[in-house]
Ligand binder design. Structure first.
Ligand code: CA2
Length: 144
């Protein structure tokens, strides 16, 4: 199984600020950990991060035929990007949405995800383990 792990705006700053909310693992260390975990499962993971909505949409389109599943933390785009919602709906690659923090314990605007309806499911509040949980789910529940 080949995973595309997509991270949206500001997640490149992981580990550098707000460790109380997002933990102390940096973005590069997160990717290395996820690649290792994927290999342990007999799978493969590629990581891509962008601060730009269009680049994330292009990555979703390019997942077709290249990846079995997408694991995506759309960052703040979660709360308002109908363009990312449409991209996820347009491709037949299953996606799980991950949030490092528990968005429901935070500001009201973070409680709503406009992108989750296009996903198999959503994981939030489990820290970076959420990405591992999503990979584990896909390993045990093959889609398509
Ligand atoms: O909890 C999550 O994973 C979020 O998707 C993170 C987004 C936020 O807008 C969502 O509501 C919830 C923000 C990512 C910002 O990441 C930073 C990491 C370190 C330092 C500063 C920002």
């Amino acid at each position: 199984m080949k995973f595309l792990i997509l991270n949206g705006p500001n997640l490149n700053l992981l580990g550098s600020r707000e460790p109380g909310i997002y933990g102390s693992t940096g973005y590069e260390a997160l990717c290395a950990m996820l690649k290792d975990k994927a290999a342990d499962m007999g799978a493969e993971a590629d990581c891509f991060q962008s601060n730009h909505e269009g680049a994330l949409i292009d990555a979703i389109h390019n997942a077709v035929g290249n990846y079995d599943a997408i694991i995506m933390n759309p960052g703040a785009f979660t709360h308002y990007s109908y363009a990312i919602l449409d991209a996820l709906k347009a491709v037949n690659v299953p996606c799980i949405e991950v949030h490092i923090s528990n968005v429901h314990q935070r500001e009201e605007f973070r409680h709503k995800s406009v992108t989750a309806p296009a996903c198999v499911g959503q994981i939030c509040g489990l820290g970076t383990f959420g990405y591992v949980a999503a990979m584990t789910y896909f390993m045990e529940h093959r889609h398509g």
